[in-house]
Ligand binder design. Structure first.
Ligand code: C2E
Ligand code: CA
Ligand code: CA
Ligand code: CA
Length: 282
């Protein structure tokens, strides 16, 4: 197909990779057909840097417990699910599981209400006709207020007009939207002020590795990004905070909230609920 004067070497390695991909795709199909028992959501705390460092929200992260291969990380199957269109079914499962968990937490919560859970949404999912209405309908079905749910989208979605329009509909419901992995990929200062979003999640690659010694003005840079984000009326969550020095830097820089292994790793719903009931962390 590439023309007569082109030779393509087909190696055993390539064949294996293709076979493996196909197998994973079939397994993903099967897992979805059997109702998602192999999937599980873990919840990673997002801690607000206020006086009490309060824990009021989590990011839901998908885990696949494969029957023979054990746990497969999302980076190893979400891209495949996106390429094959399976992400629509998978995304439905994630949304439904997160809302069911939220409903449970809100049912046991005091007058202040329950926590917020942020759900990752892929562009293909958001582009679906009626997606905003679907979200509204599922919130009502679970008896949840719109404020309980956040959606995380990557900047890729903004390149897609249909998906971007859906975001507007979702925000009109009162569901907040966060732009994930900000600063890598499509970021452009030119559209920061008109992002259809409420929150920016700063990618962890922006944090200096130890956060201690000021390596090349990293702190000044992060502080400037945060000021810029605040200027356009958005708030900022820093991802991947692993050290005390990074946390201290983010506090000085006026960061709104943080997420990362230093505070807590993603965990199953039960310990997440216990953490919530335990109140503010020390
Ligand atoms: P993401 O949305 O950027 O999620 C944050 C990732 O960073 C998670 O990886 C989380 O476990 C990890 N992380 C959190 N704190 C730290 C830290 O301090 N240091 C380091 N090195 N990593 C940290 P995870 O759970 O493996 O998820 C990977 C990606 O898979 C996510 O990146 C997201 O893009 C995607 N993903 C996960 N769940 C879903 C889902 O339900 N739907 C969709 N569409 N994508 C999902
Ligand atoms: Ca995310
Ligand atoms: Ca991210
Ligand atoms: Ca990511």
């Amino acid at each position: 197909r590439r023309g007569g004067n082109c030779a393509v070497v087909f190696t055993e390695g390539l064949r294996q990779a293709a076979a493996e991909r196909l197998e994973l795709e079939q397994d993903l199909h099967a897992a979805l057909r059997e109702g998602g028992r192999q999937f599980e959501l873990h919840y990673q705390p997002v801690v607000r840097l206020d006086a009490a460092d309060s824990l009021r929200s989590f990011e839901a992260l998908l885990r696949w417990n494969h029957p023979t291969r054990g746990r497969i990380p999302p980076d190893a199957f979400i891209p495949l699910a996106e390429e094959t269109g399976l992400i629509e079914l998978l995304g439905d499962w994630v949304l439904e599981a997160a809302l069911a968990q939220l409903a449970d937490w809100w049912a046991g919560a005091g007058p202040g209400g329950g926590p917020q859970v942020a759900v990752n949404i892929s562009p293909l999912q958001a582009r679906r006709r009626g997606f905003a209405a679907h979200i509204g309908q599922r919130l009502r079905a679970h008896g949840l207020p719109a404020e309980a749910l956040w959606l995380e989208v990557t900047e890729r979605i903004l390149a897609d007009e249909a998906a971007a329009a859906v975001l507007a509909g979702i925000r009109a419901l009162g569901v907040r939207v966060a732009v994930d992995d900000f600063g890598i990929g499509y970021s452009s200062l030119s559209y920061l002020h008109r992002l259809p979003a409420d929150v920016i999640k700063l990618d962890r690659s922006f944090l200096p590795e130890d956060g201690g010694a000021d390596d090349g003005g990293a702190e000044a840079f992060v502080a400037a990004v945060i000021r810029l984000v605040h200027t356009v009326g958005l708030s900022l969550i820093a991802e991947g905070v692993e050290t005390e020095a990074q946390l201290a830097l983010l506090r000085r820089a006026g960061c709104d909230a943080v997420q990362g292994y230093l505070l807590a790793r993603p965990m199953p719903a039960q310990p997440a609920g216990a953490l919530l009931r335990a109140g503010p962390a020390e």
